[in-house]
Design a protein around this ligand. Structure first.
Ligand code: PLP
Length: 279
């Protein structure tokens, strides 16, 4: 074979391979991978790659259904099918397949992907021309990317504790939640994180702001702190699937419940808007 794709036992040339839409890798990036190179049909440093692969699985709570020895044997068998002995070997475990939901079953069966394509390493690769750039990885929360592993882990951590949502803070500053935005009411004013790169610009959040303006509730788009969150008159979580929902418990403590009038007015406003536009 010139290239090879493997998916849970199915094998074909890479361009003939397809994966199911319900594989969580497709919509959450929920998986781990490793890459090794092979020369003369022998994979270089395979043991180290498999150790790292297994460790990545462990860190993401993915339970492999192959041992390292089984994987090494599988890879050797696949490489034996290749026309050339010089190949790149890509291994991926995704958490498994299920209807889209951030949280996952503990006993989910993982999906094993392997891709093999020709590669010959150069003894003296061409020297590189580079640029510098600030490391902004994990600072792109304003992009509705499918790479949601931190959100998936946070949602699962909340569910494991019998809770509904996880509210994120960076240092002392509240940003948003695992799959929703969070705002607070304090002294009749709505405080909500500005739409910079640290939060997703939620559609339901925008509707909440418009509802506040229509009802004469002042809005301040500025970050608020953990202390302000605990001390809020109401904590409001917004998302497309929940619209607007108050928080009553946070880290085991009772919170909110001190501005029921504005809360009720806002909930009616966003619900009526939803009903009006969907009638
Ligand atoms: N923040 C995150 C991380 C989300 O995943 C979501 C919804 O999926 C939201 C906020 C809320 O956005 P929206 O109101 O558009 O549903």
């Amino acid at each position: 074979m010139k290239t090879l794709g493997y998916y849970n036992g199915k094998i074909a040339e890479l361009e003939e391979m397809t994966v199911p839409m319900l594989d969580r890798a497709c919509y959450f990036g929920d998986g781990v991978y490793d890459v090794a190179v092979c020369r003369n049909h022998r994979t270089f440093a395979l043991e180290e790659h498999l150790d790292r692969f297994m460790n990545s699985c462990k860190l993401l709570h993915i339970t492999p259904d192959h041992t390292k020895e089984e994987l090494a044997e599988l890879v050797a068998g696949l490489l034996a099918k290749m026309d050339s002995g010089d190949q790149l070997v890509y291994l991926q475990y995704s958490r498994g397949s299920a209807l889209r939901n951030h949280t996952f079953a503990a006993d989910m069966k993982p999906n094993l992907w392997i891709m093999i394509k020709p590669l010959t390493l150069q003894k003296e690769p061409k020297p590189l021309r580079c640029m510098t750039m600030e490391d902004t990885r994990f600072f792109h929360c304003n992009i509705k990317t499918i790479n949601l592993i931190p959100n998936v882990l946070a949602a699962q951590a909340a569910e494991d504790r019998g809770l509904d949502e996880c509210i994120f803070h960076r240092g002392n500053e509240i940003t948003e939640c695992a799959h929703s935005n969070v705002s607070i009411l304090k002294g009749g004013v709505l405080l909500t994180h500005p739409t910079d790169n640290l939060i997703l610009p939620g559609i339901a959040r925008a509707h909440l702001i418009r509802a506040c303006r229509a009802l004469g509730i002042a809005v301040k788009e500025r970050p608020f702190t953990l202390e302000e969150l605990f001390d809020a008159d109401e904590i409001l979580v917004t998302s497309t699937t929940k619209l607007l929902c108050p928080v009553v418990e946070l880290d085991g403590k009772a919170v909110g419940g001190k501005d029921q009038k504005n809360l009720a007015a806002l909930r009616s406003y966003v619900w009526e808007e939803y009903e009006r536009e969907t009638n």
